[in-house]
Design a protein around this ligand. Structure first.
Ligand code: CTP
Length: 405
């Protein structure tokens, strides 16, 4: 989706400039063309060579000395950009932009572009809270600028406060969200569930499973990158919350049920990638259970089938974790739960399924069409599933759903 898109990454004079090298590297790894533009002050903190090394492209540091092989001026740079990002953005640059000043190639580019502009402020807490900076940011926001952060924490001055460059992952998420504004899922609301539920036994213990949540998070990010409004209902995972996605944290199957039913009331699509416990303890002990008796018996009761309970005009995609007879069992689940599509995982394979970054799934639709996907990163699997969702949505639009009748 984002491959081949052009990003202008502006760097201004803040100690956080070194973090932008990682942002430039990650964007390049995703297949984007990243043109880095540095202010003079930025070059005091980090060298142009660092950016050149990770983007494999010339870096612009001087309006009057644009590299010959680049052969572009600020206006063509502005026109070519699909998104302009300034990270870190200092109080000084923010003030110039608010006033429409164009005295360096970066400020010229921002003034000339029609692409979405993202600013990630980074500065001392006093400068950030100063009403002048706040007014400048409010003015830029009202003009459609997207402001990412800043975060709270340790500042270079030694003080703790607001002004830290927001987590680079959040900046990347904001960039992909801005690029997705013309995607094929614009105006669609997709609910994704992720992670393994935790079923409480007592105050401190729970029954869990080995799901990492990676497939669900990849789906939420991929849907966001295609322009969808995404709600991610997630049990506890070690993954950072994806930027630009509404995250609803839950723990148990019952909490997940409540959150999913609420979120899907007006949604277009539900993708249940969560590993929902099949059983939960009948009673949750109020205190910590003591190690006294020789044996301990827990009574478990069945959890509600969440995806099966979701009704109405909504596309439902499920996952099936199976160890044998993958296609037969997947097809049975698809029918039983009235799904539009099911992605079947072989949980005995080492390179796919739980906790891995890659997955190999079999997709089965309502017509019985079976598609075996090769081993690939979960983000790519997510896009192939969403390709099917796009087709299902266009079909549903042509003939309003009759499946739950
Ligand atoms: N699922 C659900 N609610 C449950 C259990 C599962 O919504 N209580 C969803 C899962 O998120 C998944 C699909 O149903 O999308 C299939 O989950 P899976 O665990 O493979 O199947 P189960 O119905 O639990 O059947 P079994 O464990 O017996 O294979």
């Amino acid at each position: 989706m984002v491959e081949g898109k052009n990003v202008v990454l502006g760097i201004t004079g803040s100690i956080a400039a070194y973090k932008a090298v990682d942002i430039a590297a990650k964007l390049t790894q995703k297949g984007l063309a990243v043109d880095v533009v540095m202010t003079k002050a930025a070059t005091k903190f980090v060298s142009a060579l660092s950016f050149r090394s990770v983007t494999h492209r010339p870096v612009i540091t001087d309006m009057w000395e644009t590299p010959a092989e680049f052969n572009i001026e600020h206006v063509s740079l502005a026109e070519r950009a699909d998104v302009v990002v300034i990270a870190p953005a200092t109080a000084n640059t923010i003030a110039k932009l608010a006033a429409g000043i164009a005295d360096e190639i970066l400020t010229c580019t921002v003034l000339a572009t029609r692409a979405p502009i993202i600013l990630a402020p980074a500065m001392d807490a006093g400068m950030y809270s100063n009403p002048i900076t706040q007014e400048n940011l409010a003015k830029l926001r009202s003009r459609g600028f997207i402001i990412a952060g800043p975060g709270y924490g340790w500042l270079a001055s030694g003080l703790v406060g607001m002004g830290r460059l927001v987590d680079p992952n959040e900046i990347l998420g904001t960039i992909f969200q801005a690029l997705g504004k013309k995607g094929d899922l614009v105006d669609k609301h997709i609910v994704v569930s992720a992670g393994g539920t935790r079923e409480p036994i007592d105050l401190v213990r729970y029954i869990g499973n080995r799901s990492s949540g990676k497939m669900g998070y990849a789906l939420a990010e991929a849907a966001r990158d295609r322009g969808a409004t995404v709600t991610l209902v997630t049990s506890v995972t070690e993954l950072p919350p994806p930027a630009g996605v509404e995250v609803i944290p839950v723990e148990s199957a019952l909490e997940m049920r409540e959150a999913v039913l609420k979120a899907t009331a007006a949604a277009d699509v539900l993708i249940m990638a969560a590993a929902v416990a099949d059983y939960h303890p009948a009673k949750v002990a109020k205190d910590k259970i003591k190690r006294e008796s020789e044996t301990l018996t827990l009574e478990l009761v069945k959890t509600p089938d969440i995806i099966g309970e979701v009704r109405g005009n909504i596309i439902k995609v499920g996952f099936a974790a199976e160890s044998k007879d993958l296609i037969v069992r997947g097809t049975e689940k698809l029918k039983k739960k009235k799904l539009d599509l099911i992605a079947v995982n072989d949980i005995t394979a080492e390179d796919s399924g739980f906790a891995t970054d890659t997955n190999r799934v079999i997709l089965i639709d309502r017509k019985g069409k079976v598609e075996q996907l090769s081993l690939m990163p979960k983000y790519e699997v997510a896009h192939l599933i969403l390709d099917k969702v796009v087709v299902l949505l266009s079909r549903a639009q042509r003939s309003p759903a009759e499946k739950d009748t």
